[in-house]
Design a protein around this ligand. Structure first.
Ligand code: IMP
Length: 191
């Protein structure tokens, strides 16, 4: 089976993407590839960051690899935090800090519309390919969680569902989520 290094240190993402690409491609983690360290993500677009992260692996291994970058785009905040979603509450902030800041920014706001957008950059034989996924939904006024998911999941409820991403089993989140849809396009390309 084809092997691809996934340029992330986020174990939740590895779990999600492994489940989605099961039987199609073998996902190799950075640790398994013998790589360590912070991967830079200093671009000002999701596409730029995905490219930067995938290039970081390609330059060190010359092995086919991919990276994803995700942003939460909130309508009432003009698309913020967007590409800055990971560091919304500061440089070394936690998921909880980010959620608290977002709930405060939307306090009293009736427009709760938001979307998650993921861009995947695949580097295959030195050539780059991009795949994008998006899911629309609402920012909840408080956390709803069964302990599933990560990041902003406890406060994001996708359209046509009555639960947050953090209340959904992984296989359900994967069928509708931003990253799930982007990975599906990647899988179709690889098949
Ligand atoms: P990145 O793709 O790791 O740069 O993600 C940017 C930010 O979005 C991080 O704070 C993540 O926690 C958050 N994020 C990425 N994917 C998801 C998701 O599937 N659910 C909730 N938050 C996410």
């Amino acid at each position: 089976m084809k092997k691809l290094i996934f340029a992330t240190n986020n174990k939740h993402k590895v779990e999600e993407v492994r489940a989605a690409l099961d039987g199609i491609v073998e996902i190799v983690t950075l640790a398994e590839a013998g790589l360590s360290g912070e991967i830079p993500e200093t671009a000002d677009t999701l596409q730029g960051n995905a490219l930067q992260k995938a290039q970081w692996v390609w330059e060190r291994t010359h092995t086919d690899c991919f990276a994803d970058d995700t942003g939460l785009e909130v309508d009432a905040l003009g698309g913020a935090p967007g590409v800055y979603s990971a560091r919304y509450a500061g440089e070394h902030c936690s998921f909880d800090d980010n959620i608290n800041k977002l709930l405060a920014a939307l306090d009293g706001q009736s427009n709760r519309k938001a979307d998650f957008r993921t861009v995947i950059c695949l580097i295959e034989g030195g050539e780059t390919h991009y795949f994008e996924g998006r899911v629309d939904g609402q920012i909840l006024t408080e956390r709803h969680s069964n302990g599933e998911g990560f990041g902003y999941d406890p406060i994001f409820m996708p359209d046509r569902f009555a639960v947050s991403f953090a209340e959904m089993p992984l296989n359900v989140k994967n069928t509708i989520s931003h990253r799930g849809l982007a990975v599906k396009k990647l899988a179709e390309y690889l098949k």
